[in-house]
Design a protein around this ligand. Structure first.
Ligand SMILES: Cc1ncc(COP(=O)(O)O)c(C=O)c1O
Length: 379
């Protein structure tokens, strides 16, 4: 046994998911969202593979720190790296970072645009503008459009490098959901306004996974998939009929059974002495909140050798208890590998439903103690 728990990432499946995205959005380039360490899968190996094997040349990070990691660890890759939310543009120390490391800040307020335009050293920095069309998080206001055009013209900028907006309701239907329709109309308004006023738009994107799955806004020059690259659909169950997504989860979370023992109904186990709800066999897994396996996962179902167990008692820092029915006794053995989620989305989806989380959060919760292992070819 060489590991206690590990996340096995199938890079071929990443490639297959990307091909499926290309099938849905044949005209669009991919701006692959790799923030939060590649949604927990390990940003650097994913960016390297995506660039070298899949031909993806644009990547999205949340912070300067994440973007810098790509540039510093993969200095030979000629890629565009966007910094989306935490751009810290006005920090003097970052001026050089953006320029020397060729990072692209996604500007979402007028003061950032002014800052770039009034600092001559930024005169060649690509202008990436994100508008708030209804998400109401970050983003330029449509009320500022005239001022933005004025200031662009004043400083001789004739084009926007990348114009974007982000859907608030990507997990809802793209047609019929009023907010989605509203946001789309506002984005077209922004595009029209800029073009009518002589500002060229070099690139544009709206679609994240939810929209791509519904083949919406795939006629912009770019799409910005995050979650679907890693496998899961982001549509809510009741709207699954709107999804064309056939991708599979690229990872498998594996652990092993440290020990098993029989219990009787009422036997207290673990911290807080939780009484077992029925007779059965307990498997102690080598996975706890020190690995990112949350105490909130208690009560969720896990499967082994065809038997359904339940996470029982408090999840500890290093271990979790799973209670199986008595009939499973001969099949639940110490030292065996145990899969928390595999490649079929069903498992991860069911786990996220039962734990009242979302696949994004389950992926991102995994801590560094869980090694990421990369394989090319089925996992
Ligand atoms: C601006 C922006 N675009 C695209 C994405 C990718 O979204 P998803 O993972 O739902 O595809 C995100 C992720 O949060 C985002 O913030």
């Amino acid at each position: 046994m060489k590991f206690r728990s590990r996340l096995v990432v199938d890079l071929n499946q990443l490639g297959e998911n990307h091909q499926l995205i290309k099938d849905l959005a044949p005209q669009a380039q991919t701006l692959f969202m790799v923030k939060a360490d590649g949604y927990g899968h390990g940003m650097i190996p994913l960016v390297r593979f995506a660039f070298l094997e899949l031909g993806i040349k644009e990547f999205g990070c949340a912070s300067v720190f994440e973007a810098l990691r790509i540039r510093e660890e993969l200095p030979d890759l000629d890629v565009d790296i966007y910094v989306f939310s935490d751009i810290q543009l006005e920090l003097q120390e970052n001026v050089g970072v953006y320029l020397e490391k060729r990072l692209i800040p996604v500007l979402s307020n007028v003061s950032e645009i002014n800052y770039i335009l009034t600092h001559p050293e930024f005169s060649h920095l690509p202008l990436c503008l994100k508008f708030n069309t209804g998400m109401n998080r970050l983003g330029l206001s449509l009320d500022d459009l005239e001022d933005i055009v004025d200031v662009l013209k004043k400083y001789g900028r004739k084009s926007v490098y990348h114009l974007m907006t982000h859907y608030a309701n990507g997990s809802f239907p793209m047609v019929g959901n009023l907010r989605n329709e509203w946001q789309r109309a506002r984005f077209y308004e922004v595009k029209d306004f800029l073009r009518t006023n002589g500002i060229m738009i070099e690139r544009s994107s709206m679609a994240n996974s939810g929209a791509i799955e519904q083949k919406m806004n795939v006629d912009e020059t770019h799409v910005r998939p995050g979650l679907m690259m890693y496998g899961p659909s982001s549509l809510n169950d009741e709207y699954k009929m709107h999804s064309h997504w056939k991708g599979k989860v690229i990872s498998k979370l594996e652990t092993y059974i440290v020990r098993t023992f029989d219990v009787k109904k009422g036997t207290p186990i673990g911290y807080c002495s939780t009484p077992c709800p029925h007779d059965g066999v307990v498997a102690i897994l080598a996975l706890g909140y020190g690995d990112g396996f949350s105490t909130r996962y208690v009560g969720a179902s896990l499967y082994h050798q065809g038997f359904k167990g339940t996470i029982t008692g408090r999840v500890n820092m290093d271990m979790a208890q799973v209670l199986f029915p008595v009939e499973a006794r001969s099949k639940i053995k110490a030292h065996e590998m145990f899969t928390i989620w595999g490649q079929t989305e069903g498992d991860l989806k069911q786990f996220s439903d039962e734990t009242k989380t979302i696949p994004y959060e389950i992926f991102c919760s995994l801590l560094p103690r869980v090694p990421r292992v990369y394989e090319i070819g089925g996992i």
